[in-house]
Every structure is written in C-alpha cells, then in structure tokens.
Design a binder for this molecule. Sequence first.
Ligand SMILES: Cc1ncc(C[n+]2csc(CCOP(=O)(O)OP(=O)(O)O)c2C)c(N)n1
Ligand SMILES: [Mg+2]
Length: 140
Amino acid sequence: MGSSRGKALMLATSGLAAERNFSSFPSVPVGDGGFAMLMAEMSTAVQHQLPVKIIVLKNNSLSEVRFEQKELGYPNYGCDLAPIDFAAFAKACGADGFRCANPGEVRPAIEAALRSPRAALVEALVDPDEAPLKPEELKA
Ligand SMILES: Cc1ncc(C[n+]2csc(CCOP(=O)(O)OP(=O)(O)O)c2C)c(N)n1
Ligand SMILES: [Mg+2]
C-alpha cells in the first residue's frame, strides 16, 4: 500500500474510528520495521476499541533496504533489527497477540485473530533471505 511504511495501519485504524458500525474488520499486513515505526497505533486501537487485525511479517530486518544495498554492491548497513516479541507487546497493550512460526500455524493464528472481538496482532516469522518482489513481478 503505497511506499510509506505502515500507512495501511493508520488508514485501517482511522477508517474503523470513522465507521463504528463494523461489518468486517480490516486486516493489515506490515513488516516488522514498518510496525516498529508505528507501534503506538496498537494502544490507540485498544483505547478506542478498534478491532483492527495486524499481521506483522517478522524477519528482524529492513529486508527491502538490505536487498537494495546488495543490488548496488554495498554490504548490509544498518538493516538488522533487534527482535521484538510483537505478540507479547500486543497483549501488554490490552489487545490479543498470536504467533506463527511455520506454515501449519498460519491459519489457526489468523482465525484466532479474526475471532477476537478486540484489536489483535499475528506475529508471523518469515525468511529474511527471501528477496522482495519487484513491482513488475507483482500479479493482481
Ligand atoms: C515511513 C518510511 N520510512 C522509511 C522507508 C524506507 N524503507 C523502504 S523499505 C524499508 C524496510 C521496511 O522493513 P520492514 O517493514 O521490516 O519490511 P521488510 O522489507 O523487512 O519486509 C524502509 C525502511 C519508507 N518506505 N517509509
Ligand atoms: Mg522486516
């Protein structure tokens, strides 16, 4: 969603705040770097009872930037992230937090988040060495 990290999360919480008669809950995929820039949105969602569903793709890396550096022939500089327990963070904010570390855990974690009446976060571990898709490789 656009090029600014975490923008979809703000759009989802503000959209929920504007439309209180929820028929479905927006689910927002966000990288761990992007989410780290906007973690306060979690407390905002809890404070205003906005049942947004956040899926954090956790690779402990600003992976897209790391791959751009690699493509230009530079070494990794400043792209490693200290691991954060995002599921525990969500719970500390008063939301629900779930984790999936392998493909078999993905569906149950997402279903649990969607069943939650509250804001809920799914921390999904992903491979930091998987190259991001280029725009021309994305298919609708
Ligand atoms: C607000 C903002 N800050 C910085 C950037 C530059 N930037 C582009 S990709 C990227 C890495 C994002 O890391 P992450 O969200 O963890 O996603 P990953 O590439 O690891 O999947 C950054 C910092 C941006 N696009 N938007
Ligand atoms: Mg990342």
